[in-house]
Structures are given as C-alpha cells and as structure tokens.
Design a protein around this ligand. Structure first.
Ligand SMILES: [Zn+2]
Length: 72
C-alpha cells in the first residue's frame, strides 16, 4: 500500500466511525484493570493484548469483553 492510499484509508476509516455512530470502549487488563486498548463497538474476534503496567500478555475474544453500557 502506498503512503497516499494509506492516508486515504485513514480518512475513510474515521468518517465511517462518525457515520455509523460507533462507541469507543476500553479493553482492560484482566489482572490489574489497566486500560490497555480502546476498540470500537463493531470490533469482533480474537486479539492479543499486552498490558504495559503488569507486562502480561492475554489472548482475548472481544465478544466476552463487551461492556453493555446504555446511554439512554
Ligand atoms: Zn495489567
């Protein structure tokens, strides 16, 4: 991917987030509760997170680390 294309996709990604009204949520370290990573509400699947505080690495399924926050 060229740098130009990358910036174009970055801009499109940001517009899609606004258009879909996605909520941002934090993935917290299961051990020390540190906010490791922020993800959007349409994120699915598995990922590895490394906690910068306690240095542990966890493989998580995002489906199980969902907080059901309601704003109404
Ligand atoms: Zn931690």
């Amino acid at each position: 991917m060229t740098t130009e294309a990358m910036y174009k996709y970055l801009s499109i990604s940001s517009m899609e987030i606004d258009a879909a009204g996605l909520n941002e949520r934090f993935i917290k370290c299961p051990k020390c509760n540190y906010k490791v990573q922020s993800v959007y509400s349409d994120c699915t699947g598995h990922m590895n997170i490394k906690c910068p505080k306690c240095k542990r690495i966890f493989a998580i399924n995002l489906a199980y680390f969902r907080t059901a926050k309601r704003y109404f």
